[in-house]
Design a protein around this ligand. Structure first.
Ligand code: NDP
Length: 318
């Protein structure tokens, strides 16, 4: 079978391309700058790439840019979307590529009869940011939606970009009769295949690169290999449908520091929080649907270890 992956050189997409090649798929992956070796070399070096990986140039903001990519594909994984800080122009840098880009990709899929299913890389960001209290008893699940108004009020521009994009994707899919599934991962960590540092891996690197304090943030976490698996299971299982929260656990940054301290007693790690407010509480996120789909979650401690080893191997340590 032939499948397409948008934004193929990204952190999550690189693992998705690798896992797809390992499972025998022929993969067409889009890259913005096909002549940049930092975006292509790690993909071309994957097992099976020589025979079954095809790189295609495409940009989210160019109308029709993905027609060539999805042509002849049975499935499309739409992962491309900007995820970086800092941002100066949220509309141009985040919202347009996320929202218009998603409709652009889905537009190409809708006019390509070979495409049987589209798996969208959404985010837990589209689920839990709505002002509802997040406390240890609360269980967030796929019925939750983030609230664009809440995002605007709190200037959560990335969260807003993903929420608008997923919402528009469901509306478009309904209208055109496209078989759409969304995978909604938590903050993703685990080994890096690409040579550049991505935003979620930086959340761990920032704690081990000499920071004096850790931020007062509670996040949900998941391993990149499980995120890749979730995408493929969502594509392969005929009865898969709707949204899938892909989350292993929820932990405050202080807990991440404690795990790092346990794993690496010699590391210099931040001793205190960046503010003196009470720690933001943890909450629960249901991963029942993802488990039922067949995702076997790697425990957080193992994911942290894999992240640190990979960051060290790639010389990101100061
Ligand atoms: P990366 O920054 O590693 O990858 C982002 C990808 O998006 C890159 O391939 C990038 O292409 C592509 N992209 C950005 N802007 C454009 C554009 N205008 N046209 C074409 N491609 C573009 O991030 P991740 O792998 O972390 O993120 C991948 C997806 O997963 C995103 O949709 C993100 O929202 C989602 N996600 C990520 C989480 C995380 O913690 N990492 C958690 C939940 C969801 P290029 O290489 O050319 O720059």
């Amino acid at each position: 079978k032939t499948v397409a992956v948008t934004g193929g050189s990204g952190y999550i997409a690189s693992w998705l391309v690798k896992s797809l090649l390992d499972r025998g798929y022929t993969v067409k992956a889009s890259v913005r700058d096909i002549n940049d070796p930092r975006k292509t070399q790690h993909l071309l070096a994957l097992d099976g790439a020589e025979e079954r990986l095809h790189l295609v140039k495409a940009d989210l903001l160019e109308e029709g840019s993905y027609d060539t990519l999805v042509d002849g594909c049975d499935g499309v994984f739409h992962t491309a979307s900007p995820f970086y800080y800092p941002i100066t122009d949220p509309q141009a840098e985040l919202i347009d590529p996320a929202l218009k880009g998603t409709l652009n990709v889905l537009g190409s899929c809708a006019k390509t009869p070979s495409v049987k299913r589209v798996v969208l890389t959404s985010s837990l960001a589209t689920v839990s940011f709505n002002g509802k209290p997040l406390t240890p008893e609360v269980v967030v699940d796929e019925t939750w939606w983030s609230d664009p108004e809440f995002c605007r009020e709190n200037q959560l521009w990335y969260v807003l970009s993903k929420t608008l994009a997923e919402d528009a994707a469901w509306e478009f899919a309904e209208e055109k009769g496209l078989d759409l599934i969304s995978v909604n991962p938590a903050l993703v960590i685990g080994p890096l295949l690409q040579p550049t540092l991505n935003t979620s891996s930086a959340a761990i690197l920032n704690l081990i690169n000499g920071a004096m304090t850790y931020p007062n943030i509670t996040s949900a976490w998941v391993n990149v290999k499980d995120v890749a698996d979730a995408h493929i299971l969502a594509f392969e299982n005929p009865s898969a449908n709707g949204r899938y929260c892909v989350v292993e656990s929820v932990a405050h940054r202080s807990e991440i520091v404690n795990i790092l301290r346990e794993l690496y007693p010699s590391f210099q790690l931040p001793e205190k929080c960046s503010d003196d407010k009470p720690f933001l509480p943890t909450y629960q996120v249901s991963n029942e649907r993802a488990k039922n789909l067949g995702v076997n979650f790697i425990p957080l401690k193992e994911s942290i270890k894999e992240t640190v080893e990979s960051l060290e191997e790639k010389s990101f340590f100061r």
